[in-house]
Design a protein around this ligand. Structure first.
Ligand code: ADP
Ligand code: MG
Length: 696
């Protein structure tokens, strides 16, 4: 086997390969485009395309594909081969700059939320040179953005890149104000921790609910659940270990910095985390990771579940979006730093984060909204639907000192000499792990924990970058105009803390007292997708995104519609799947078992047993009653689906699915789960929770 450094990035057209294979001038010009976002001319594109093609062909590649992220949350690709006919029956392998820069996938089947008229169904993809091309399954994949011909954005990459640009622009203004003359770009960095479940593929194939919806719609509690918490950091099972080894190798080939892997709290649950990188690349890499998790699992006879809540009563899966900003010289700007000067910058940036999160709580909540994640947010193991920031007690005391105009290395904060405003060194180590906070400062980065495991991380990072840039812009406008910079800075911080400190909460976010307290503070508690999503279209949010040219009003409305459509469609598929499983599998199984019991009863009766005193008699009676309610409830579910689909207005329909269909679903589930505990194993048509969670 090759060594890891040899394998790492071997399928990526990265900087090393570019340097090696591109003429010096071309390389320089491409680098400039990558680093500064300058325009790319066709001569450069032609040379790059040619080098890419030669490199790929040497690795056995025959096709290329523009790889993009439509608004569905997954990635899409259309494959074209390199062959070009020569007129004499022969072909040569060709790949032009034009083909590299621009593609035209038949985009009519991707959701556009009405942005494209049907006569103009085609969109185009445009090369994103800031994310390296890579080889996946004999295809050269070119990361691209996806737009319509009218210029509307149809993907997740374009707004993310835009948000990164404005963040850089505004952060640079702040850096200049504080005397930094060297930094030329500020980059948002992200490291997503990804949770998932692994179960046996053969068992997976026997459950229509998993196949069609990604989660179990039925399932009684197993005798053993996660109560012993013996899975977390326990020894990884050999079969899972083999899977992880394989996965790592595949990811490393693609240049993904897969770093840690461990078991999670729930049985059969695991986590993979990469080393952080630029937000755009982290997003591409997380999409690749999710894709490979599924593919590699399949190869190992396993199924990887990325659903937020595959099993009721068992922890769900989330994704932690670790977010920070750093300079092009590699300085992490959320690192509190050692000297007063660095501290000042840190505290100002911290104030901007506090302002941004408080002002745009709704947007963060919306960035984590989906039917799947609704099962998770607010449930016991996940952060509640209320957005708040955890800073730790030291940092919070320091902010209080600033607000009150006291020196912040005062006695109750740290025991350094008074008079000098220096952050105590221990901040980084003592920002403890408040696992219940949805948005926690963890020493030198913020960890946004609301995201569901199947999400693209593009959404929350678009929101984080844009709202943070907006706060920085306001700060920069004010500070640039100040006659006395130092006193204006102090006033700005004081006012910001006073106005927005309600968003800081260091306590237990799972406690019900917090819900009441948050309400008193006037914080939003948007429980479901249906509650949260309409706020996306509010004047405040349209103003924010359009002012910074990240998303236009029509693009926001399109996105709202796509997410809301996907919400009710998800519930619709789940409801239909339940109905079908009950009628085709569960009811027949219960009837067959009842028949066997009834035959036993008949035999007993024939030999003179008093069956009214018999346990079998009682069981048959119970089963009969439950069968009747099964019948009634599945009918109620069917009726509710029909009623929901009859609603023509989108929001009304989604709300009906949430308020009525979902209720019918859980009522039906309750009966099925009770039946599961009564029906003999040989009749029960579905692998149980015990089988699914403990069989690997
Ligand atoms: P946890 O204790 O929450 O599991 P870790 O310390 O292992 O967290 O880090 C989790 C993730 O945070 C990793 O993906 C890591 O690369 C990422 N991370 C660390 N520093 C930064 C940073 N400056 N910017 C973005 N992500 C970061
Ligand atoms: Mg974490």
């Amino acid at each position: 086997m090759q060594s890891v450094p040899e394998v790492f990035g071997s399928m990526v057209f990265n900087d090393v390969v570019m340097k090696e294979r591109l003429p010096k001038e071309i390389y320089k010009s491409l680098k400039k485009t990558i680093e500064e976002g300058s325009d790319l001319d066709l001569t450069v594109a032609n040379a790059v395309a040619n080098a890419m093609k030669d490199w790929a062909i040497e690795k056995g590649v025959t096709h290329f594909s523009h790889w993009f992220q439509p608004m569905t949350g997954i990635t899409a690709e259309k494959h074209d081969s390199f062959i070009s006919p020569q007129g004499d029956g022969r072909v040569i392998m060709e790949f032009s700059g034009k083909e590299l820069i621009r593609g035209e996938p038949d985009a009519s089947s991707f959701p556009s939320g009405g942005l494209r008229a049907t006569f103009e169904a085609r969109g185009y993809t445009a090369w994103d040179p800031t994310s390296y091309a890579f080889i996946k399954e004999n295809t050269l994949c070119i990361p691209t953005a996806f737009c319509s011909y009218t210029g509307d954005v149809l993907d997740k990459k374009t707004p993310l890149l835009r948000s990164m640009n404005i963040l850089s622009r505004e952060a640079l203004r702040i850096l200049r104000l504080l005397g930094d003359t060297k930094t030329s770009r500020v980059i948002s960095t992200v490291g997503p921790e990804q949770e998932y479940f692994l179960i046996d593929k053969e068992l997976y194939n026997r459950r229509k609910d998993l196949i069609f919806t990604g989660r179990t719609l039925f399932g009684a509690r197993p005798p053993k659940g996660q109560e012993l918490e013996d899975h977390y950091f326990g020894a990884i099972k050999p079969r899972v270990l083999a899977f992880m080894r394989d996965l790592n190798e595949q990811l490393w080939k693609l240049g993904v910095f897969a770093k840690t892997e461990h078991n999670e709290v729930a049985p059969a649950q695991h986590e993979i985390a990469p080393i952080f990188t630029t937000a755009n690349i982290a997003t591409d890499h997380n999409q690749l990771t999710m894709e490979l998790l599924k593919k590699v699992a399949d190869k190992h006879g396993l199924a990887c579940l990325l659903h937020e809540k595959p099993f009721a009563g068992v922890n769900g899966s989330g994704k932690h979006n670790n977010w920070s900003i750093c300079t092009n010289t590699g300085q992490n700007l959320f690192d509190p730093g050692k000297n007063p000067h660095e501290n000042k910058l840190f505290l100002l940036l911290l104030c901007a984060v506090i302002k941004a999160v408080d002002t745009h709580q709704d947007l963060l909540r919306i960035s984590a909204a989906s039917a799947g994640n609704d099962h998770r947010l607010g449930a016991n193991e996940a952060p509640p639907a209320i957005v708040s920031i955890f800073l730790g007690s030291e940092l919070t005391s320091i902010l209080e000192c600033i607000e009150e105009g006291k020196p912040y290395n005062c006695a109750d904060v740290c025991k350094m000499e008074t008079g000098v405003n220096v952050l105590p060194d221990f901040i980084k180590d003592t920002t403890d792990r408040n696992r219940t906070s949805p948005f926690a400062f963890t020493g030198n980065k913020f960890e946004f924990r609301m995201l569901g495991s199947s999400f693209s991380i593009a959404g929350p990072n678009i929101v984080l970058n844009t709202m943070f840039a907006d706060a920085l812009k306001e700060f920069a406008d004010r500070l640039e105009a100040a006659s006395d910079f130092e006193s204006e800075l102090a006033a700005l911080m004081r006012e910001t803390i006073k106005k927005h400190k309600r968003i800081i909460f260091n306590g237990n976010n799972y406690a019900k007292e917090w819900v009441e307290e948050a309400e008193k503070r006037g914080l939003l508690n948007l429980r479901t997708t249906v509650d949260a999503l309409p706020l996306f279209k509010s004047e405040k949010n349209i103003d924010l995104f359009s002012r910074h040219k990240v998303l236009s009003k029509s693009e926001i409305i399109a996105r709202y519609e796509i997410i809301m459509e996907s919400y009710w469609k998800t519930l619709n598929i789940e409801a239909h799947t339940m109905s079908e499983m009950v009628k085709k599998d569960i009811l027949p199984a219960v009837l067959a078992y009842t028949k066997e019991l009834s035959e036993t009863l008949a035999t007993k009766k024939a030999i003179g047993v008093d069956i009214t005193e018999d346990a079998t008699f009682e069981l048959v009676n119970t089963l009969t009653k439950l069968t009747n309610s099964l019948h009634t409830r599945v009918k109620a579910l069917d009726d509710s689906i029909a009623a929901a689909c009859a609603k023509s207005e989108l929001l009304e329909r989604a709300a009906y699915f949430r308020d009525t269909v979902a209720v019918c679903m859980s009522e039906l589930r309750a009966v099925v789960d009770e039946l599961e505990t009564l029906v003999a194993a040989k009749y029960w048509p579905l692998p149980t929770y015990g089988d699914l969670l403990f069989r690997i």
